[in-house]
Ligand binder design. Structure first.
Ligand code: SF4
Length: 321
């Protein structure tokens, strides 16, 4: 297939909150507000930002687990927004999600073998013997003994449960995996093992990842390119090295200053943004980051910055440039 595997254009999601009886009390949350990016086959794009910035909503919109308010999502050359329910059901085989909380996402009443085999059964991809074989194969692929098929999720550690979530996501041989904070709920000692597994699987099966995390350190480790989100918008996007060494946006610089660095000479001074992240219910005028930005000036309070192209796919939205 020529061209991007996934192309997202001007994606928007608005939620109405409050005022069930009186429309005038209803308020609109712009959770995702004009997000655009493309993802090449075999690439990992990291989507990073603080909690509430819209990154997980973006991941769910792409899989159409929630419906977009506006925008286009082209996956393997087809506009997912225009697909019928039946066509979308078929397309979902090729795009899967790994959730943050492996315990919450696995059915506690099902044995591991049935959890992994369920997608194969739903899509009628194998008979009972074929499903058993494929389940054993997938358990080995994620580094677990096939004997795990007989266990229940509560008998497993957090890392083992996340491996089961990954095995289930791989069952239908997808091309795209949305990994939504896949290691945030795990002990630090286990996180590296699961991240290494994801990188290994990407190489082995040619997977494409949208890797979502609040932790820029982890995102830089996993991704070829990085998109930084703030209050529903992508404020900067570029290659991992560009974001690491030549970040333009003050918010990216804030996130970078918190990334641990082994070499003391390369250590950055920690930049603390002012105040708390604004509520998506109360999005500031002008640049959304201006109430917290250490570099803000008058123009930032009234005019929304447009993305500026710095070359080689590096874009940042900031009036400083
Ligand atoms: Fe800061 Fe202004 Fe740039 Fe926004 S536009 S990030 S407020 S300098």
């Amino acid at each position: 297939m020529a061209g991007p595997l996934l192309e997202v254009q001007q994606l928007e999601k608005q939620f109405a909150v409050g005022g069930a009886w009186l429309a005038r009390h209803r308020r609109i949350i712009r959770a995702v507000d004009g997000v655009s990016f493309a993802l090449e086959p075999g690439e990992t794009l990291g989507l990073v930002g603080e909690s509430g910035c819209g990154k997980s909503t973006t991941g769910r919109l792409i899989l159409r687990l929630i419906e977009p308010s506006a925008g286009h999502i082209r996956f393997e050359g087809r506009d997912l927004v225009a697909l019928s329910a039946r066509e979308l059901w078929a397309a979902r085989q090729r795009m899967q999600i790994v959730f943050q909380d492996p315990f919450g996402s696995l059915n506690p009443r099902m044995r591991v073998g049935s959890i992994i085999a369920e997608p194969l059964q739903i899509y009628a991809q194998a008979d009972a013997a074929g499903r058993r074989r494929r389940t054993a194969e997938l358990l080995e692929v994620v580094g677990l003994n096939p004997g795990f098929a007989e266990r229940y999720p509560h008998e497993l550690s957090g890392g083992q449960r996340q491996r089961i979530g990954i095995a289930a996501a791989l069952a239908l041989q997808p091309s795209l995996i949305v990994a939504d904070e896949p290691v945030s709920a795990l002990d630090v000692s286990i996180q590296a093992q699961v991240l290494n597994l994801l990188m290994d699987l990407r190489r082995r099966f040619g997977l494409t990842y949208l890797f979502i995390s609040h932790d820029l350190h982890v995102v830089l480790h996993m991704s070829d390119r990085v998109a930084v989100m703030y209050l529903g918008e992508i404020v900067e996007i570029g290659s991992r090295d560009t974001i690491h060494r030549e970040a333009k946006h003050p918010y990216t610089q804030v996130l970078l200053s918190a990334v641990p660095v082994a070499d003391p000479a390369a250590r950055r001074e920690r930049i603390a943004p002012k105040g708390e992240v604004a509520s998506p219910l109360d999005v500031p005028e002008g640049c959304r980051f201006h109430p917290r930005c250490p570099m803000a000036f008058d123009r930032c309070r009234v005019e929304r910055p447009a993305p500026r192209d710095f070359g080689a796919g590096h874009l940042a939205s900031c009036h400083l440039y």
